[in-house]
Design a protein around this ligand. Structure first.
Ligand SMILES: Nc1ncnc2c1ncn2[C@@H]1O[C@H](COP(=O)(O)OP(=O)(O)OP(=O)(O)O)[C@@H](O)[C@H]1O
Length: 303
């Protein structure tokens, strides 16, 4: 497991991270989400040792990460650092060689990754002859070409069409399944919701929530309910303590405390019965908005 403990970092007087701690488990995809300037890239650079922290520690399986361990990390940085005029297979082979892999194995590995990412036919093309989406796939290949023990990716899905998202995801998942920790940041909450097993939500340089996707949805399920009654559910609007958000015939979604919700359930039984009655789990987008908006509001109030 990759762990960050009590990481803080400031750029001059600007605090970018404050007491950041979270885990990235082996064999699972961990999504790292936060708004612009939340601190994701800073945290990832600190994991990779590209940037030093002011305080705190990054460890892999309990051992502080040092130069040796870092050589086996795969990193897809935010600023994409490949050579525009170099043929893509040659450049992947070169990167693998930099990690100490011999020429034969490096060529094999580069070709296999390009095939896997649908770029086999383009292996002799220069990077800048490819579409932006295909360049992005090459960036993904570059972070994987030395078969890393830890994978950290800054926005690996940005600029990819839905089909390409699925292809890249399949390749990343295969690596996670070999038991390596995978952390990736993304602004595309619908993509993260679909893809990741665990989530870390950051705002204003602080971790606001972390856990498995299902745990978070449960934790933030709040007081939203859905009732599918056997008769028109318009009467739910009149139940004290209930605020109806959507009503369509027998189906109603509403916000209410536990007691008022139970009163609605009883009311439905008295009026002919119900098909289903359940708490509504929020989407990641809703959780994110709640957490980040709350944070921004608190910051503004404190200012
Ligand atoms: N080199 C730097 N010098 C000064 N401030 C910086 C520097 N890099 C980042 N920051 C500041 O640190 C904070 C965190 O930035 P960071 O790039 O880590 O956020 P992010 O979550 O990756 O944002 P985005 O999603 O927009 O890429 C921001 O307030 C940013 O302006």
């Amino acid at each position: 497991m990759l762990t960050l403990r009590h990481i803080s970092k400031s750029y001059g007087s600007r605090r970018a991270l404050h007491d950041v701690s979270f885990d990235v488990a082996r064999g699972r995809l961990t999504g790292f989400v936060g708004g612009n300037g939340a601190g994701k890239t800073t945290a990832m650079r600190i994991i990779l040792g590209v940037l030093g922290a002011d305080a705190g520690e990054v460890a892999l399986d309990g051992r502080p990460v040092d130069g040796d361990a870092l050589r086996s990390f795969g990193y897809m940085p935010e600023e994409r650092g490949l050579y525009p005029k170099m043929e893509i297979a040659e450049q992947l082979t070169y990167l693998a060689r930099l990690h100490g892999i011999d020429r034969g194995a490096a060529t094999k590995r580069a070709d296999a990754l390009l095939d896997r990412l649908g770029l086999g036919e383009r292996r002799r093309d220069k990077l800048d002859a490819l579409s932006l989406g295909n360049q992005q796939r090459v960036q993904v290949a570059a972070s994987l070409v030395h078969d890393p023990d830890v994978l950290v990716m800054d926005e690996p899905f940005s600029g990819l069409d839905p089909l390409a998202v699925d292809e890249v995801l399949a390749v990343i998942s295969e690596h996670a399944a070999r038991g390596i920790p995978v952390l990736f940041s993304s602004h595309q909450l619908d993509v993260v919701e679909r893809l990741c097993d665990d989530l870390v939500i950051i705002a204003g340089g602080e971790i606001r929530a972390a856990g498995t996707r299902e745990d978070l949805r449960e934790r933030y399920s709040g007081s939203r309910w859905e009732l599918d009654a056997l008769a028109d559910a318009g009467w739910v609007r009149t139940v004290p303590g209930v605020s109806v958000s959507e009503l369509a015939g027998n189906l109603v979604t509403f916000t209410a405390g536990e007691n008022a919700a139970q009163a609605v359930a009883r009311g439905a039984v008295e009026r002919g019965g119900l098909r289903t009655f359940r708490p509504v789990r929020p989407t990641l987008g809703e959780i994110f908005r709640d957490i980040v908006v709350d944070h921004t509001r608190n910051e503004n109030e404190a200012a």
